[in-house]
Design a protein. Structure first.
Length: 299
């Protein structure tokens, strides 16, 4: 545990520098910097690079299930021109490959002010990462939004636990344009992350589905416990009928009835069709951020 305490101190000092930089720019620290650093847990890969004995760069990556997410990737400003970003990215990727050789996706967290620090973006791209910008949209739930009734032949009802596997199949059949390639496992994990850990997985109507006459799930929308809309999908065989809009509208009503004041949703910035749908329901873009993906497997 001595090693872990020393590394925790080094991570803490870096977070202090980030906080100082943010304060000087009048910016809040990125949300991931407020998360507790507990990298001695299983599934956490930590890297610290030192210059003259002092910590100069660090990364922390969570490797759980089919996803890995780099929650912390930072190089002190004084060392960004010394090739340290490339060294940090290379060492991080090497350890992740060793820890999870069959991992399909490694993603970075959202960056401060939407852009990664100088040097880190080029280091990620040299390592094979692909940049896909994300747009975050919000809306006040008190504001009126159009009622979207299900079209004839479809029934709208809350998504129950027994529908989760069907929802994963819908996601697999309808990947978001511009996003990384889904596998059935990544679809299941995305649903797990949006759901509650215990049954019912989606209480208070936070997930709604449109079902065809034969009981097949055709489209669904789901919000997590914070009220953020995580998933909106429609099966290609049922598109063009307003199903995703009806499902999302039902989720918004459920969130409002739950007493929430606002909600948000994230979308690949190049996905104009989804942005148009969300805009029609009153969402407005609040910010954009850069995210980098590296698709595996890494074996």
């Amino acid at each position: 545990m001595v090693k872990y305490r020393a590394m925790a101190d080094e991570f803490a000092s870096m977070r202090e520098e980030v906080a100082r930089l943010c304060a000087a720019r009048g910016e809040p620290p990125p949300p991931t910097f407020r998360l507790p650093i507990e990298f001695h847990r299983p599934g956490e890969v930590a890297v610290v690079c030192r210059v003259a004995g002092e910590a100069a760069a660090a990364s922390l990556t969570s490797v759980r299930g089919p996803f890995a997410t780099c929650r912390f990737l930072y190089v002190l400003e004084a060392h960004r021109s010394e090739g340290l970003p490339r060294t940090l990215v290379g060492r991080t990727l090497g350890l992740v490959r060793s820890a999870a050789p069959k991992l399909p996706v490694l993603a970075t967290f959202e960056w401060l002010r939407g852009e990664p620090p100088p040097g880190i973006a080029s280091a990620l791209e040299q390592a094979g990462f692909v940049r896909r910008d994300q747009a975050v949209l919000w809306r006040r739930l008190a504001a009126p939004f159009p009622e979207r009734a299900p079209p004839p032949g479809y029934v709208l009802k809350p998504l129950a636990d027994e529908h989760i596997e069907q929802a994963a199949q819908v996601m697999l059949a309808a990947p978001e344009p511009g996003a990384f390639a889904w596998t059935l496992d990544t679809c299941r994990v995305a649903l797990e992350r949006a759901a509650e850990p215990e049954t019912p997985r989606f209480p208070a109507g936070r997930a709604q589905g449109l079902f065809a006459a034969d009981g097949t799930l055709a489209a669904f929308a789901a919000a997590d416990a914070t009220g953020f809309v995580q998933l909106v999908f429609a099966h290609p065989a049922h598109r063009g009928r307003g199903l995703a809009s009806a499902a999302l509208g039902a989720v918004l009503r459920a969130l409002r009835e739950e007493g929430r004041e606002e909600t948000g949703i994230s979308v690949v910035a190049s996905n104009e069709a989804a942005a148009t749908l969300y805009s029609s329901l009153g969402f407005e873009e609040r910010r954009r951020y850069a995210q980098f993906f590296l698709e595996g497997p890494f074996s």
